[in-house]
Design a protein around this ligand. Structure first.
Ligand SMILES: Nc1nc2c(ncn2[C@@H]2O[C@H](COP(=O)(O)OP(=O)(O)O)[C@@H](O)[C@H]2O)c(=O)[nH]1
Ligand SMILES: [Mg+2]
Length: 220
């Protein structure tokens, strides 16, 4: 009985995610889920990305957090359109929450939409938002063992940004080992070693975003 109920709930979430994907497709909006642990640098990465791409690409960000509008404010200060969702305790965004916000966005005026999920390496895995792609930010201080400990999250994403590369050499965590561990869990992933603080190493990430925009007919 309980299993059936859970299945129904998940089916409903997946159906809403497909509905969100259709709404985004209708307006040719390329949407990317950004996931990762609290403090991995998801917001910092988006701040740099918004700064670097704003000249050619119209971007918006949906920010998911339990409380506060701090992350949305950070993005707004960088010139991006940003809307905050407060989950009020829930550990992930779900497709219903995203659907509500999509109604408030003028999708016609957006090329690229980021959806920063609540910091968590477990729950968001099973709750698609409707975004075309999902990426994860994994920072060096989290340690090289995280891909193997949270494989489902890594297997649900097409790319991983290995962040805080400026700390390589300071921490007893070796980027090569992190990359190797990611490969063991998901050999198909794009791996981008970056320093979101300075923007160093982020060109390939931008290229990947541009390729997505081209697929969505948004390239200028
Ligand atoms: N050293 C270093 N710190 C970073 C980098 N990226 C983010 N941070 C810091 O990590 C902390 C968490 O960043 P934040 O963007 O809030 O992470 P989020 O919780 O994943 O959104 C902040 O103090 C950032 O300044 C980086 O590349 N290098
Ligand atoms: Mg954040």
């Amino acid at each position: 009985m309980r299993i059936e109920l859970a299945q129904n709930v998940m089916q409903r979430h997946n159906a809403q995610a497909r509905e969100n994907a259709r709404a985004l497709m209708r307006y040719n909006v390329f949407a990317v889920d950004v996931m990762g642990a609290p403090g991995a640098g998801k917001t910092e990465l988006l701040e740099r990305t918004v700064e670097a791409m704003a000249r050619n690409v119209r971007m918006a960000v949906i920010e998911g957090d339990v409380c506060t509008a701090r992350d949305a404010r950070r993005l707004q200060e960088r010139g991006a359109q940003a809307i905050q969702i407060n989950t009020g305790g829930a550990c992930h965004l779900d497709a219903d929450m995203v659907a509500e916000v999509l109604e408030d966005l003028s999708l016609l005026d957006i090329d690229l939409l980021f959806i920063e999920n609540v910091g968590n390496l477990i729950c968001p895995t099973h709750f698609p938002s409707g975004a075309a792609e999902r990426v994860i930010v994994l920072s060096l201080p989290e340690g090289a063992d995280k891909p193997e400990k949270y494989p489902a999250m890594f297997q649900s994403c097409s790319g991983v940004l290995v962040n805080k590369m400026d700390l390589a050499g300071v921490l007893p965590v070796y980027p090569a080992e992190v990359v190797q561990q990611i490969g063991r869990v998901n050999g198909e992933m794009n791996i981008w070693p970056v320093c979101a603080r300075t923007g160093e190493g982020m060109e390939e990430w931008y290229e990947w975003l541009h390729a997505g925009l081209r697929r969505f007919g948004r390239y200028r």
